[in-house]
Ligand binder design. Structure first.
Ligand code: FUL
Length: 464
């Protein structure tokens, strides 16, 4: 038995659940932040807003879905209840909802309209819920609030079809003298699992973790295997003793070796297309450019994270023209970049394999086949030989996550005359890595896996 066997066993056993894998494969999906804030020009409502302010007269969730799909996104998460406690659906448990607003004459249900539009459009639907509720008088009383929260959640989990995600926000701005509610998380999770076993419980939940910032900043090494017990840092935590989502080294060997147990928890990057999460007229000229969005997409989806991009509906209930246009152009750009895999007809060879899973398995982006070296063999070189000279600027690599996440360091080189030139150096791969480099014209590239925690298992390689 080789050294490190015990550590490897732990790592190899740490793999995604079916629901985690499904969400990862969705890659890129949308957030839509809308509530009373859209009408009061706030980012955080305080719960005293009159229901009467909520009136998105032209709300058209099909317009949202069309724009979302034009960018290539696969799902939508709507803020069913934000910190202000206003419910976008006619909850039976509070008066603070759409039912007492002028929206659709008090007969409206934004959650329903969004869920149905997603179904019509063939994309997945999910809900955002803020446990912090600044309107509910029970907030801070413990179980009575948990009862209220679970009852509302049950409405959302049972009346709107299949959900791909329940997104629990961790924010709470009560401050030192504010109300203190100790959430019964285990109970919340049990309710979600009972009614929507396929849904991921994200952020304040076991399935998906926050990337650690809201600015679209990505880590160079993004790991889905992280120490168990990782959590959002709370007020009063000693940063030296709490491992939080914001730790830049999350998932490093050092941290894993110290961790009593490991867990699979992939990163999600949540970021808004505008400076704020909610729509503000004054930000109409601050919509992220197509260049910024493309870069964000390539860094996140191609950096072992999913991308959750927020597009806030305006006071009419529509995505603004600029946002709609940027999304369509983003989709066009992504489709153009990945239009043709130039390694489709290449010959794949490797310096070694395990005798069964050869490098040829890298050609198809498929979950059924993979390339693997022998146990204990943590470095390998894979060559991709094309039938002619081609101009390339991106290499896509994917690990087969059913075998955990293993690669720690790699490089990419291209044939240049009789020699090789290095064009890229990377660390983690994970679900997907987009290696971007200045365009080169060549007929062969090679991928050098320079270090891996356990023998590498790759599922796909492609060039564009
Ligand atoms: C944060 C909230 O405070 C923001 O308003 C927004 O909903 C963002 C996605 O999460 O914690």
């Amino acid at each position: 038995m080789y050294e490190g066997y015990e550590r490897d066993k732990r790592l190899v056993a740490c793999v995604p659940s079916e629901r985690q894998l499904r969400l990862q494969q969705m890659e890129f999906y949308a957030f839509a932040h809308i509530t009373v804030n859209t009408f009061t020009d706030q980012e955080w409502g305080d719960g005293t807003e009159a229901e009467a302010v909520f009136n998105p007269k032209k709300l058209d969730a099909d317009q949202w879905v069309a724009a979302i799909k034009s960018a290539g996104m696969t799902g939508l998460i709507v803020t069913a209840k934000h910190h202000d406690g206003f419910c976008l659906w006619p909850s039976a448990y509070t008066e603070h909802s759409v039912k007492n607003s002028p929206f659709r004459g008090g007969k409206g249900d934004v959650v329903k309209e969004a869920a149905e539009a997603c179904r019509r459009g063939g994309i997945r639907f999910g809900v955002y819920l803020s446990p912090w509720d600044r309107n509910c008088p029970l907030y801070g009383q413990g179980k009575p609030y948990d009862d209220y929260f679970c009852a509302q959640m049950t409405e959302l989990l049972t009346n709107y079809g299949d959900l791909f995600c329940v997104w629990f926000d961790g924010a709470c701005g009560e401050g030192p003298n504010g109300k203190k509610q100790v959430y019964d998380w285990q109970r919340y999770y049990a309710v979600v699992r009972q009614y929507q076993p396929e849904a991921c419980i994200s952020i304040c939940g076991p399935d998906v973790r926050w990337c650690g910032n809201e600015a679209g900043v990505t880590r160079q090494s993004e790991w889905s295997v992280v120490p168990e017990g990782l959590r959002l840092a709370a007020d009063g935590d000693d940063p030296a003793t709490v491992l939080s989502e914001t730790d830049p080294e999350l998932g490093s060997r050092e941290l894993l070796e110290r961790a009593p147990a490991l867990m699979w928890k992939p990163a999600e990057t949540d970021v808004s297309i505008r400076p704020g999460w909610f729509w503000h007229k004054k930000e109409n000229r601050q919509v992220k450019t197509v260049k910024e969005l493309t870069d964000l997409y390539l860094r996140t989806v191609g950096g072992n994270s999913t991308l959750l991009l927020n597009i806030p509906p305006d006071a009419d209930g529509l995505f603004s023209p600029t946002d709609v246009q940027r999304l369509a152009l983003l989709g066009d750009t992504i489709r153009a970049v990945f239009a043709e895999n130039l390694a489709k007809d290449a010959v794949f060879t490797a310096s070694a394999d395990d005798g069964v899973h050869t490098a040829e398995n890298l050609r198809e982006d498929s979950c059924d086949s993979y390339f693997k070296t022998n146990d204990g063999d943590n470095t390998v070189t894979v060559s991709v030989k094309m039938p002619e000279m081609r101009k390339l600027h991106i290499l896509t690599l994917k690990e087969d996550l059913r075998f955990s996440q293993r690669i720690e360091r790699f490089a990419v080189e291209y044939r240049c005359g009789k020699g090789w030139k290095r064009i890229y150096e990377g660390t983690t791969v994970g679900y997907k890595k987009y290696c971007r480099f200045r365009p080169v014209t060549t007929d062969e590239i090679r991928i050098l896996i320079l270090d891996s925690r356990v023998c590498p298992v790759l599922s796909h390689a492609a060039v564009y």
